[in-house]
Design a protein around this ligand. Structure first.
Ligand code: FES
Length: 127
């Protein structure tokens, strides 16, 4: 799998928007640190949080069990498999939000934003 990731917190610093079509192109050109932007490559069916940690990155989490939404990500391209969801509303799921601690890639390539905790609606969910 090839997972291109971007720290949501960098968007406001650069005046970017989640809906920008060329968001990841802009990120690639912006000389961001590897913590904020890069690519995770792995072959096994691990969850995205574990994949980030294996590469040495500390993405937000708390419960690791799909119950707190601290680990939420926004999937911009590609699909992940999320075996259960007891916390995100259907509306959030429709917007592409997933829980990285339990979500495994379903497509070879993914583009995701992590650290999306300041997205509207997520604040109240976090424990
Ligand atoms: Fe709590 Fe993922 S860490 S839902």
């Amino acid at each position: 799998y090839r997972v291109e990731y971007l720290n949501y917190e960098t968007l406001s610093d650069h005046g970017w928007d989640l809906g920008d079509d060329d968001l990841f192109e802009k990120a690639a050109d912006a000389d961001l640190s590897p913590e904020d932007y890069g690519v995770l490559s792995f072959t096994d069916d691990r969850n995205l949080l574990a994949a980030a940690e294996k590469s040495g990155y500390a993405w937000p989490f708390a419960c690791r069990g799909g119950a707190c939404a601290n680990c939420a990500i926004a999937v911009v391209e590609g699909e992940v498999e999320m075996p259960s969801n007891h916390i995100l509303s259907q509306e959030m799921v429709d917007r592409g939000l997933r829980l990285s601690c339990i979500s495994v890639p379903k497509t070879e390539e993914l583009k995701i934003l992590y650290n999306v905790k300041s997205l509207p609606g997520l604040d109240e969910l976090r424990l």
